[in-house]
Write a protein that binds this ligand. Structure first.
Ligand SMILES: Nc1ncnc2c1ncn2[C@@H]1O[C@H](COP(=O)(O)OP(=O)(O)OP(=O)(O)O)[C@@H](O)[C@H]1O
Ligand SMILES: [Mg+2]
Length: 344
């Protein structure tokens, strides 16, 4: 059984105009050690979904199993103990401004009744883990956004949780700081074997650290799977929009494509997608040698996803239709993804 398993989970809120289905029949399995990304536009139900994972919300129907335990059956004290084992970090850090950094980190330990000496020791260790050694006496207002989030992470780890939930934890940070915080999350995932469930509306966050991804729309998970696979073959329109978001702006591409077609009315335009196992093979020159076709590049991109290289190349194939067909079959045989954009 997976570490976290949601089965037919629904969460409704009552609104002025009837029930709001924030989460609508969601099935989800998160394995131990995963960095599981949940992506979706505003209002998709992402925050509600993660709040269901730590019992901050209870489902209207369906089951939420964590470590084989149905959390809807937990009583007050059990629920409090269970929540301690799930850390959470937020977009706006939620630090206490009147407390120093070290006292912010100690807070959950105080609440858990840990001895003063152990609080101190644990908080110092955590400060070092998140790269803030020596900054314990500073106040949150004296820290940069990235440093504040590091404090948030240290505090979330205080009770040695097995699961860390991150709700838009990097959305208030600039790109450089986002990278640093993501590196830290990746690091603690490895070092502490911590399972992370991360919500974001930024696909680069998913691409950089997640191994799995689920795409949410209107309370439903509309697509999910291995990050590399989803980036390579996005199926739903919403997923395609997210995957494209950080490549070339869509408008630029369409413009380039339109002017290219105008100049080259003959032939067929296809997008080839490569991944690690074929990215280094000269499949394009092999195709040109083997078949009577010419290949012209329209545009291309290369990116890293979960440690794998993904490349995509949009090209114009010209030649006899039969030769073009054979060249495309050859790409398929090399496990290169082929998406036909136009038929000339
Ligand atoms: N406590 C609540 N009471 C009533 N409606 C709620 C409540 N919490 C969430 N909702 C509604 O449920 C839907 C999903 O909200 P949720 O906060 O989960 O979305 P989200 O994907 O996290 O959005 P965002 O990206 O803006 O944070 C929205 O329509 C929201 O208004
Ligand atoms: Mg939200």
């Amino acid at each position: 059984m997976a570490l976290i398993e949601l089965t037919h989970v629904k969460k409704e809120f009552s609104g002025k105009n009837g029930a709001i289905k924030a989460v609508n029949d969601v099935n989800l399995a998160v394995e131990q050690g995963d960095i599981y990304g949940i992506v979706g536009y505003s209002g998709a139900g992402k925050s509600t979904l993660v709040r269901l994972l730590n019992g901050l919300e209870l489902p209207t129907s369906g089951t939420v199993m964590v470590k084989g335990q149905d959390i809807t059956t937990l009583k007050n004290k059990e629920l409090r103990n269970f929540r301690k084992k799930i850390g959470m970090i937020f977009q706006h850090f939620n630090l206490l401004w009147s407390r120093t950094v070290i006292d912010n980190i100690k807070l959950p330990l105080e609440l858990a009744g840990v001895s003063k000496a152990d609080q101190r020791k644990r908080a110092e260790d955590l400060l070092e883990l998140v790269g803030l050694k020596g900054r314990g006496d500073a106040y949150p207002s004296q820290l940069s956004g990235g440093q504040k989030q590091r404090v948030g992470i240290a505090r979330a780890l205080a009770n040695e949780p097995e699961i860390l939930l991150c709700d838009e934890a990097t959305s208030a940070l600039d790109p450089q700081t986002t990278e640093e915080v993501l590196d830290l999350l990746l690091d603690i995932n490895k070092k502490l074997n911590l399972t992370i469930v991360l919500i974001t509306h930024e696909m680069n966050v998913i691409r950089k650290i997640c191994n799995k991804v689920a795409v949410m729309e209107l309370g439903n998970i509309v697509e999910e799977g291995d990050v590399v696979e989803v980036f390579r073959h996005p199926k739903q329109a919403v997923t395609k929009r997210f995957v494209q978001q950080e490549l070339q702006p869509e408008d630029d591409k369409e413009e380039m494509l339109a002017s290219f077609i105008k100049e080259n009315p003959e032939g067929q335009i296809v997008t080839l997608s490569f991944r690690e196992n074929n990215a280094n093979e000269p499949v394009i020159s092999q195709a040109i040698r083997a078949y009577q076709v010419d290949i012209n590049v329209v545009y291309g991109t290369v990116q890293q996803a979960n440690g794998s290289t993904l490349g995509s190349l949009t090209v114009l194939l010209t030649g006899e239709p039969r030769e073009i067909e054979q060249a495309i079959a050859f790409f398929h045989s090399k496990e290169v993804g082929v998406e036909v954009l136009t038929h000339g």
